[in-house]
Design a protein around this ligand. Structure first.
Ligand code: ADP
Ligand code: MG
Length: 697
């Protein structure tokens, strides 16, 4: 190999590859493959359609469909489905259609897929969460191919990633608003670059690298827990004798069963073009993480949903169950999904790298200033973006980012921003790395200039920001839409000022100064953060119901409408869908807990007490159990009463009631049940314990 050649230029066949690596991209119809399958003029027409949204001419679309179908057939497919993301968690929608058509002239079956079939299909929008945008008598909805996200083959079906809108053109899905928010970021980022003197860039894209955490537990144990089956989390359960306190699970080796699972998961995802790079054990026993290399936000969101599907399917095949819920077990680490977020240009620049030239340093400060403003003014939206019933168990609970959204730059960089705000030079923040000397024979380490802050909701990571507050069971498109909306609004505001004649450097300085309150590099789990939030008047929304209320504030409606992300009806619908999901989820939990207490826990505990009394024993243990059983019955009654008092006509009120009345009633009942679990005859305890669940891999 000549010195100018990189390892990537070496011919592929020169190096033997394990089959897993030989089959990467096997099942994804990306541009590289598509280009080989279709005529250049068809490809050109396709690329034009992707760039403009103007449909391909019929003969080109039909030719494209033939090639796509033949490619899918060669992978064993007999049919296809559009693959879309209704307004629910990361659970996609699909409707299988076959490649069988009818030639009515010859009156016989044929194998066919038309261009129209490939690009769109129609469905009933009223049976998906729609927030009133659809009704049973006005139900039409359309699903359209998102040509920015490549088709793929999974389970012998050709899947076509798609957007999902109502007959009125209003978004019924997670993807459409994200695509619109990406457009808004692109538009206003280009304006800002223009103000900074960049004439070459024609596109700014948002990149995302997610980190998916999850628990893997034995399937039979899972099935024996009605609470897990109904709610995805344990609603009761005493702490195990050993939890995560030894810190010996994080990055420890995988058990043989989980290792086999991970090997297959990686292989399957690679075939689908999902670039899984990292797999490891997480903090809690039975908890793990996978993450791919970042890609464009829209594709990253699709890949994440698909990866979750693969994990679910594989878990079944290994007699395991995967839990994505944000808090499946009390007292041990919950499950998040950090979203590493950044902006890149088509000229190859990363807008969040401090840079080496004056131009790059200024660009970095300008874009980071926009982010500071976005987080400061629109902390309510970022909080909404991560608000779910499940994620409320994490946020602000000393294990995950707090409910107050702040930005961590690191002490050195934060000072630099304060200096720039006072007129200091952009280029004063020098270098991007420092060296750490260990000792020979270990070579010096190249380290990031700033420390890591695991308590920060939005830390800078050297070339990107990490939105750490996203929940493990969320569809990431919605939180990303909120981030991009806040940032696009700020880019727009800065450019509007510059367009009106204000000096762009003054705009940058003022933006930092006015939004510096959002900078916090301290310990986000400490009291300091609350004092800081008070001092700078930062948004502090403790619970999801509070956050949802803010979605339709005048400020937020104006923002969404002006950026073209949501119209007024769409944002009201989204608010309703979120509130409804919150109420429904807590309703399921409350009823599941009541049933487990009434039909399993109370009878077992009463039998245990009865057998002790029957044998004529008297002891303080027996007395305590008796007392706890009485408390358990009373707390179950109280929970039942609380459920009975749920307001029904107003969704906002119902959501607040869930938070303020139902959750405390559930907690009170659970506390008693957990104390009983520590005392009652283990042979009588009717459901698997925490130890059974987390130490059975
Ligand atoms: P951590 O050490 O925080 O757990 P990981 O290595 O698990 O981080 O994940 C980091 C993620 O950030 C990866 O998905 C990686 O591809 C992504 N990432 C790296 N650079 C960028 C960037 N410029 N923009 C967006 N994401 C990025
Ligand atoms: Mg990680």
């Amino acid at each position: 190999m000549s010195s100018s050649q990189s390892i990537h230029d070496a011919p592929a066949q020169a190096v033997a590859l394990p089959t897993e690596l030989a089959e990467i991209n096997h099942d994804v119809l990306d541009d590289a493959i598509l280009k080989k399958l279709i005529d250049p003029e068809v490809y050109y027409s396709f690329v034009q359609c992707r760039a403009t949204g103007v449909p391909m001419e019929k003969q080109f679309a039909d030719a494209l469909a033939v090639s796509v179908r033949e490619w899918a057939q060669s992978k064993g497919c007999i049919g296809y489905s559009h693959w879309f993301s209704p307004m629910r968690g990361p659970v996609h929608g699909e409707k299988l259609e076959t490649f069988v058509g009818v030639d009515f002239d010859a009156d016989r079956l044929v194998v066919a897929l038309t261009g129209r079939d490939l690009f769109q299909t129609e469905t009933d929008g009223s049976s998906f969460p729609n927030g009133g945008l659809r009704e049973t008598h006005e139900a039409a909805a359309y699903i359209g191919w998102d040509t920015g996200s490549p088709p793929f083959v999974y389970r012998k079906t050709l899947y076509i990633p798609s957007a999902f809108v109502s007959w009125t053109g209003e978004a019924l899905d997670q993807k459409t608003p994200l695509l619109r928010a990406n457009m808004a970021v692109n538009e206003h980022a280009l304006r800002l670059l223009h103000h900074l003197g960049d004439e070459a860039t024609t596109e700014v894209v948002c990149n995302v690298g997610w980190e998916q955490e999850f628990f893997l537990i034995d399937r039979n144990m899972y099935l024996a827990r009605p609470d897990l089956v109904a709610a995805g989390r344990t609603l009761l359960g005493a702490a195990p004798l050993r939890g995560q306190e030894l810190s010996n699970h994080y990055f420890a080796r995988l058990t043989p069963r989980v290792n086999r699972f991970m090997e297959e998961a990686r292989e399957r995802m690679w075939r689908l073009g999902i670039s899984i790079r990292c797999t490891h054990n997480e903090v809690a026993p039975a908890q793990h993480e996978i993450s791919p290399i970042f890609n464009m936000a829209n594709l990253a969101a699709d890949n994440n949903v698909l990866a979750m599907d693969v994990l679910r399917d594989l878990a079944d095949e290994h007699d395991l169950t995967v839990l994505f819920h944000e808090k499946p077990f009390a007292g041990i680490n919950g499950t998040g999904k950090h979203n590493n977020w950044g902006l890149n240009t088509d000229t190859g620049a990363n807008l969040f790298v401090p840079g080496e030239t004056e131009f790059e340093s200024r660009r970095f400060v300008a874009f980071t200033a926009a982010l500071l403003r976005g987080v400061n003014l629109h902390g309510d939206l970022l909080r909404c973006g991560v608000s779910t019933a499940g994620n409320d168990h994490r946020l602000g609970a000393q294990e995950a980012p707090p409910a107050i959204i702040t930005v961590h730059l690191g002490a050195g960089l934060e000072q630099h921003f304060r200096d720039v705000a006072e007129g200091g030079p952009y280029g004063a923040y020098e270098g991007q790395h420092k060296e750490i000397e260990i000792t020979a024979p270990v070579a010096d380490i190249r380290a990031s200039l700033e420390d890591r802050n695991r308590t920060a909701p939005f830390p800078w990571c050297g070339n990107r920001f990490e939105f750490r507050a996203v929940g493990g069971n969320q569809h990431i498109a919605f939180p990303l839409t909120m981030v991009n909306a806040g940032v696009a609004d700020s880019l727009k505001a800065m450019c509007d000022e510059a367009d009106a004649g204000k000096d762009i450097d003054q705009v940058i300085r003022d933006t930092i100064k006015e939004n510096q309150g959002v900078l916090f590099s301290g310990d986000g789990y400490s009291e300091d953060l609350y004092q800081h939030a008070d001092k700078w008047n930062l948004t502090h929304l403790e619970s999801s119901p509070e956050a949802y209320e803010t979605l339709t504030s005048d400020k937020n409606v104006a923002l969404f409408v002006s950026l073209g992300i949501f119209n007024e009806r769409e944002i009201a619908a989204r608010q309703g869908v979120l509130q409804d999901a919150y109420v429904t989820e807590i309703g399921i939990e409350a009823r599941a807990l009541l049933r487990v207490l009434s039909t399993m826990i109370a009878p077992a505990a009463m039998q245990d007490v009865g057998s002790g009394e029957g044998a004529g024993f008297s002891s303080s243990l027996l007395d305590e159990k008796k007392e706890l059983v009485a408390q358990l019955l009373a707390s179950a009654d109280a929970l039942s009463d609380a459920i009975g008092g749920w307001p029904e006509d107003d969704l906002g009120a119902a959501a607040s009631y869930a938070h303020e009345a139902i959750k405390p009633a559930m907690q009170a009942a659970r506390d008693v049940a957990d104390r009983l679990e520590d005392l009652v005859d283990a042979g009588r305890w009717p459901i698997p314990t925490y130890s059974d669940l987390i130490y059975n891999q």
